[in-house]
Write a protein that binds this ligand. Structure first.
Ligand code: ATP
Ligand code: MG
Length: 401
């Protein structure tokens, strides 16, 4: 079936009072970015909805992309016709005929902005409903939970017939809530953490620490692909790749083995935090979830976190590994994450890292070494690339939300 419009309803945006305009503008921008190769679409927005005028673009293809845009509660498909009773009847019937299957139920709701129209809303519902019943088979009326809900909006200039309520991705428009730096490894968790941060309206940049020759180009490529996958939810993402070999070698040399992992994490966080500051972010995001591994006990988080007062967001904190894996599959990062690669941390991971490191102890061990020049050097040689918004979302994305 060919549609002329897609009507978008906002989610939580609607409750955002005076920030509403900014939110809507941001959402519009994000939608335009995702639709950038659909040249014919035109955008119109009012206080409580946005209309995409399709101008011949394929509604299903547009819808598949819309499903990944945060800040949309639901959307519907619409066609337009002349405000003339016979034309509306014809259009309503032919549209329903193209969609229903035997056994389906339907409902008509009319809204009449053009009060001079010859029938009122009740008469209109009865007239169109009767016309459809007389001309179809196996279709009955159900006003409570119909399979097909046809809304008719009568205006003077034109009449709109709206079908199907598709669920949107929910959340808030990406970048409506400020920027944060995502620490991304090649693992399963951190990309999912990035996804959730974006869902709550954050713009993200990503930082990855790699340690050649202990970690290969392949590992770097993997992170690249993970970040590219995340762009499907909110546009371009900057990825900073930090050379970390020298720092890790120095840690190996200077810090007692059972505290080397704590030191590694502390140094990573310090560097990530500096990059955050330089790029005007206000928080750091990690893929940590409580109790998963040695570095993720509460004592460990306390010792690592002590290097900064910047808020550290941990969107996965309450999730089980199985839930994280499920989400990773849904958002299309899982298959990339499970590719074999060398993680800079696992390579240097001691056989028995401290699960309850003490902040005072790690500070004491670190006090014998000046890591500052290496931090500066790592920042200086950081490579920054911009991953462009993906045009084709994975098919597995559709029907997710
Ligand atoms: P992930 O699946 O994201 O690797 P994980 O459960 O393996 O998570 P850890 O390896 O303990 O957890 O890492 C905890 C967090 O530290 C990661 O989620 C990520 O945010 C960050 N991190 C770990 N390694 C790196 C790295 N090489 N570069 C950037 N950040 C990293
Ligand atoms: Mg990991």
């Amino acid at each position: 079936m060919k549609y002329d419009y897609i009507l978008i309803r906002f989610g939580e945006i609607s409750t955002k009072g005076r920030n509403r305009r900014t939110f809507i503008e941001r959402l519009k921008k994000n939608i335009k970015m995702v639709m950038h190769d659909f040249d014919h679409i035109r955008y119109q927005s009012t206080r409580d909805r946005m209309t995409l005028v399709l101008n011949g673009e394929d509604a299903e293809a547009v819808a598949a992309r819309l499903k990944h845009v945060f800040g949309i509660q639901s959307f519907s498909f619409a066609v337009k016709c002349e405000t003339d009773l016979e034309t509306i009847k014809k259009m309503a019937l032919s549209s329903i005929q193209k969609q229903y299957k035997a056994g389906d139920t339907f409902k008509i709701s009319t809204k009449r902005a053009y009060k001079q129209f010859e029938l009122n809303t009740n008469e209109m519902n009865a007239e169109i409903g009767g016309h459809i019943l007389r001309n179809t088979e196996g279709l009955t009326v159900d006003v409570h939970s119909p399979d097909i809900h046809l809304r008719i909006e009568i205006r003077e200039a034109a009449t709109y017939l709206t079908f199907r309520d598709e669920k949107g991705a929910g959340g808030l428009p990406v970048a409506s809530g400020g920027k944060a730096m995502l620490m991304i490894s090649g693992g399963i968790d951190s990309p999912v953490a990035g996804f959730y941060a974006m869902k709550r309206g954050l713009e993200i940049e990503a930082v990855h620490f790699f340690s050649p020759p202990y970690t290969s180009e392949r590992a770097k490529q993997k992170v690249n692909d993970l970040v590219a996958q995340l762009t499907g939810f909110g546009g371009d993402i900057k990825l900073h790749i930090v050379p970390f070999t020298k720092t890790q070698e120095l840690i190996q040399k200077q810090i007692p083995e059972n505290y080397s992992m704590t030191a590694t994490r502390r140094l990573m966080l310090q560097i990530a935090d500096k990059l955050r500051e330089r790029n005007n972010g206000l928080a750091v995001i990690t893929g940590e979830s409580l109790g998963q591994v040695a570095s993720q006990t509460l004592e460990s988080m306390y010792a690592i976190n002590a290097v900064t007062s910047t808020p550290i967001l941990r969107p996965l904190i309450g999730m089980d590994k199985t839930e994280i894996i499920e989400k990773a599959k849904e958002i299309g990062t899982y298959d990339i994450s499970i590719r074999p690669y060398e993680d800079c941390c696992t390579i240097f991971t001691p056989t028995s890292p401290k699960t309850r490191p003490k902040k005072e102890k790690i500070e004491y061990y670190e006090s014998y070494t000046d890591f500052e020049p290496l931090i500066e050097e790592a920042l200086e040689y950081t490579e920054t690339i911009i991953l462009k918004s993906k045009v084709e979302p994975k098919e597995t994305f559709s029907d997710l939300f």
